[in-house]
Design a protein around this ligand. Structure first.
Ligand code: G3P
Length: 216
């Protein structure tokens, strides 16, 4: 399972990218609004940092306007993917865009049926929102495993991005459920790398090394 970062904060993206583990970035209007920067400039800067798909969301609600906005956003950099909410106009726009070779990440997905529809129109990615499904007392991870099963049954190539990840266990569960990608917030990525036994192990090794490092 590949790891994307789910943020529009350039400093956080640069820091995690320096670990060498990032395969892409997802943003949404809420994440972009936190940065207080012109949207296209922000996306351009992110696309210059990370060598992988960068999702930028279209906010138009009508088919032809979504297509126009998507075409324009895709000009920002070659690695831009257009996030489009699953809805009838979004599906129709994705059908047009996928035929033009513009990659779409169909977002705000909460059910297997929505994921199945996204695949019909050639979406490159589908983003089920695990945490928000959990928020309404359903099981976000089972939605991921059900989509993975259905896609596997039919050899569907749309990649599943486990989104709305809230904690490290969501990442483990998304990987076990068959997600192709997890898009993970900065704080959760920082938690993923930490383990108290690793910290204690490093401390002990460094202390013991001090005892022998000057021996001849
Ligand atoms: O990628 C979608 C994600 O940003 C939504 O996360 O925590 O707002 O449900 P959240």
């Amino acid at each position: 399972m590949k790891i994307f970062i789910d943020t529009a904060n350039l400093e956080n993206i640069k820091e995690i990218n320096s670990w060498g583990i990032l395969s892409g970035v997802t943003t949404n209007p809420t994440l972009a609004a936190k940065e207080g920067k012109e949207f296209r400039l922000l996306i351009k800067e992110i696309a210059q940092v990370v060598d992988g798909p960068i999702s930028a969301e279209a906010v138009a609600m009508e088919r032809d306007e979504i297509v126009e906005e998507a075409r324009s956003l895709s000009q920002i950099a070659p690695n831009i993917v257009i996030k489009i909410p699953i809805m009838p106009e979004g599906l129709a726009a994705t059908r047009i865009l996928s035929r033009e070779g513009i990659k779409v990440n169909m977002t705000l997905v909460f059910s297997v049926n929505q994921a199945l529809l996204a695949a019909q129109v050639g979406a490159s990615y589908v983003s089920p929102f695990v945490g928000r499904i959990d928020d309404i007392s359903y099981d976000g991870i089972s939605t991921i495993s059900d989509i993975a099963l259905v896609y596997g049954n039919y050899g569907i190539e749309t990649q599943i991005i486990a989104a709305s990840i809230r904690h490290p266990l969501h990442v483990v569960e998304a990987a076990l459920a068959g997600a192709d990608i997890a898009t993970v917030p900065y704080d959760v990525l920082k938690m993923m790398v930490k383990h108290p036994l690793t910290d204690r192990g490093i401390e002990n090794f460094l202390r013991d090394w001090e005892k022998i490092k000057n021996l001849k």
